[in-house]
Design a protein around this ligand. Structure first.
Ligand code: ATP
Ligand code: SKM
Ligand code: MG
Length: 195
């Protein structure tokens, strides 16, 4: 088994949460520790479309992006044995959640807005986060992120089987918590992934 060969036995570990919550950072660590492929739905969309998330939003609109994202989700959910990082809005579509749950378990990385503002103000990633319009002003970011989180809270909470609290904890420590959770969860780790 290599990092490019999905393990057919283990369920996907699917990380969900707001922009900047740490899905990619934590997901990569978990994938490396388990020697699993790491898949990011935003990257899948960009590779398939040959354009950045921001360009898709600008040229074709958010609705077209969401359709592409649905396809990416179905692709990812067709395989097992992966660590998956979701775009921040994926779980707003209940069909996406249904597909993801067939082969995986969703873990929500819940991060307070103030922490997100601190992270996103110093890393605007305008090509990736058009909903924030590349804005780095902390007050504007705070109000945009608060509104998004309020709108999405129920979807994040109900789609996830586990919530990670990252406050004051490094990504490495949080990744270890994901592993500890996976160990307890039937079907997530294959026998060979268990110590
Ligand atoms: N537990 C943590 N403690 C401190 N910093 C963290 C932690 N997790 C992530 N970070 C930092 O927060 C920033 C955002 O993390 P990351 O890119 O992984 O988030 P994301 O959810 O993938 O966001 P997006 O997909 O919207 O870009 C990075 O600079 C990362 O180093
Ligand atoms: O929260 C969101 O709706 C988004 C988050 C990003 O991961 C991208 O999927 C896109 O910028 C939209
Ligand atoms: Mg990411």
């Amino acid at each position: 088994m290599t990092a490019d060969t999905p393990n057919q036995q283990g369920r996907n570990i699917v990380l969900s949460g707001m922009m900047g919550s740490g899905k990619s950072t934590i997901g990569r660590i978990v994938a490396e520790l388990l020697n699993r492929p790491f898949v990011d739905t935003d990257k899948q969309v960009e590779e398939t479309a040959g354009r950045s998330v921001a360009t898709i939003f600008a040229d074709q609109g958010e609705a077209v992006f969401r359709l592409m994202e649905r396809d990416a989700v179905r692709h990812v959910a067709a395989l097992r044995g992966q660590v998956v990082s979701l775009g921040g809005g994926v779980v707003m579509d209940p069909d996406n959640v249904t597909h993801l749950r067939e082969t995986g378990d969703i873990v929500w990385i819940d991060v307070p807005i103030d922490v997100l503002v601190g992270r996103l103000a110093s890393s605007a990633k305008p090509n990736k986060r058009p909903l924030l319009e590349g804005d780095r002003d902390p007050a504007v970011l705070h109000s945009r992120l608060s509104a998004l989180r309020a709108e999405r809270y129920d979807a994040y909470a109900t789609s996830a089987v586990y919530v990670l609290d990252t406050l004051g904890r490094s990504s490495e420590v949080v990744a270890q918590e994901v592993l500890a959770w996976a160990m307890q969860q039937p079907g997530v780790l294959s026998p060979e992934e268990r110590p």
